[in-house]
Design a protein around this ligand. Structure first.
Ligand SMILES: [Zn+2]
Length: 243
């Protein structure tokens, strides 16, 4: 789970962690990066990937509630499944697909997306082959092959990093994330900046001689067309916003 989702109310995410995706709808910035990367790969493979609707990415509490109440009723329905919500038993209407109760769906966290026509053989086979490369999982497979959930938290897969170039810095939620401590400890600021761009996954300890930090600097430089070393020059600082 991305760190900036800790403590948020599902369905009531701050705008700062959400990002609009092409075609409509929003996702958590980590899921948006992964989704956009996967859509691009599919396109390169001659396959179109799109959400079932713009409401099937991030879903606010209110839209989950509206969707839930359009599918579930308090009047008992024989032979269908039930959900407990607000202390009552709700019955699924005949012919309706199941839906999580408001606040309980991964869609309320912005880390799930439903893929249109996921069951078509060609698309299904492509998804089976590729979703893991982008950090998605099918926890409800095979009953809901369209529902993908991001499971890599704040650690994008190599395929996602390759797509974003580490350049699409996540929107940092200042309410929960420490600001880059410029001027306090430049080494920590460097690690934090690399972390924000998805290149560094370790602790912000100010020790930049660790192999992990050195590799992160090198990967960032290579990705930006600079020399394949871990020397932090003015250009690197500029690209990292460290000045
Ligand atoms: Zn779904």
């Amino acid at each position: 789970m991305p760190a900036d989702l800790k403590g948020v109310t599902p369905g009531k995410l701050p705008e700062s962690v959400l990002r609009p995706v092409p075609g409509g709808g929003k996702l958590h910035h980590r899921a948006a990066d992964a989704w956009n990367a996967m859509v691009a790969k599919a396109k390169a493979d001659g396959l179109e990937l799109k959400p079932t609707s713009s409401g099937d990415l991030y879903r606010s509490y209110d839209s989950q509630l509206a969707g839930f109440k359009s599918r579930y009723v308090l009047e008992p329905v024989v032979g269908t499944s039930t959900k407990s919500f607000e202390g009552k038993t709700w019955y699924l209407k005949k012919g309706m697909a199941m839906m999580a109760t408001p606040g309980k769906s991964n869609h309320n966290l912005g880390i799930a997306v439903d893929v249109s026509s996921a069951g078509e053989a060609k698309r299904l086979n492509w998804l089976i082959e590729n979703v893991k490369d982008f950090g998605f999982s099918w926890e409800v497979f095979p009953s809901e092959p369209w529902h993908l959930r991001l499971v890599t938290g704040d650690n994008p897969t190599p395929a996602v990093i390759a797509f974003t170039g580490g350049a699409s810095a996540p929107v940092v939620n200042l309410a929960v994330a420490p600001p880059v401590t410029l001027g306090v400890d430049p080494n920590k600021a460097l690690q934090q900046a690399l972390k924000n761009k998805g290149f560094y996954l370790g602790e912000i300890d100010g020790n930049i001689n660790t192999p992990q930090t050195q590799e992160a600097i090198k990967a960032f430089k290579v990705k930006n067309g600079l020399a394949s070393d871990s020397i932090v020059g003015p250009k690197v600082k500029e690209l990292l916003g460290l000045k």
